[in-house]
Write a new protein. Structure first.
Length: 231
């Protein structure tokens, strides 16, 4: 672990559940945090901001490239020690042949294309020895897919992992840590009520992993307990 004094994190997608809990955990550990919401409605993040002067709120829809560019422009001149992109939607758990083209496209754009675009556009703001993290999932592992189900969501997270591997290959000399993180099976809209972890149990582990590998160059696919996952 390292001293978080004067450390700045940007959490993209933090209005509720895991993104909000990760923001709260970073604040608890002394980070200065910039977290984003989509749209102008009040969220749990606004409630959290009333309790801390180390939290700033920005607005961005990561599926809109012009909004991502505008966010970068607003943050120009700032240095981020951590960029963490938290994004994920899932539609009905049905075979891919029953999914509309529109639904498939929305999940892929939100879960795979948009997070990588955010990483590419905001990378220059991240310190050369900083950390770039992206929320992935165990369901993105081809090796671990022995039961099927959630086909489009799985495909989107596999695509995310593949795109981030390509990103890492294109930036092979980059000193930044690049982490794809599985938060565990968490009781969110995505995880469902039968999940084994609460948001409050998962978030500290995610932040532990982000802090533990800070300053370690290279791409890693890890879970919230710092176990390596097979691709």
């Amino acid at each position: 672990m390292f001293d978080t004094t004067d450390r700045t994190a940007l959490v993209v997608g933090a209005s509720r559940t895991l993104g909000l809990a990760i923001t709260a955990e970073l604040l608890r550990r002394g980070w200065h945090v910039i977290s984003t919401v989509r749209g102008g409605h009040r969220t749990g993040l606004h409630d959290l901001a009333e309790t801390s002067d180390r939290l700033e709120i920005e607005s961005v829809d990561i599926t809109a490239p012009d909004q991502v560019d505008a966010l970068r422009a607003r943050l120009e001149g700032r240095t981020l020690d951590l960029l963490f992109v938290n994004a994920g939607i899932a539609h009905a758990n049905v075979p891919v042949t029953e999914v509309s083209t529109e639904s498939f496209t929305e999940v892929m754009i939100t879960n795979a294309l948009s997070p990588v675009r955010v990483v590419e556009r905001l990378r220059p703001l991240v310190a050369e020895n900083g950390t770039i993290g992206v929320m992935s999932s165990r369901q993105g592992s081809l090796t671990l897919n022995t039961n099927g189900g959630h086909e489009v969501y799985r495909a989107s997270k596999s695509a995310l992992n593949q795109l981030m591997r390509s990103y890492a290959a294109r930036h092979a000399d980059d000193r930044r840590a690049v982490l794809l993180i599985n938060p565990g099976w968490v009781r969110t809209e995505l995880g469902g009520p039968g999940a084994v972890l609460t948001v409050e149990q998962s978030a500290p582990g995610v932040v532990d992993v982000l802090e533990r590998h800070h300053g370690e160059p290279g791409l890693r696919f890890l879970d919230h307990e710092d176990n390596a996952l097979p691709w």
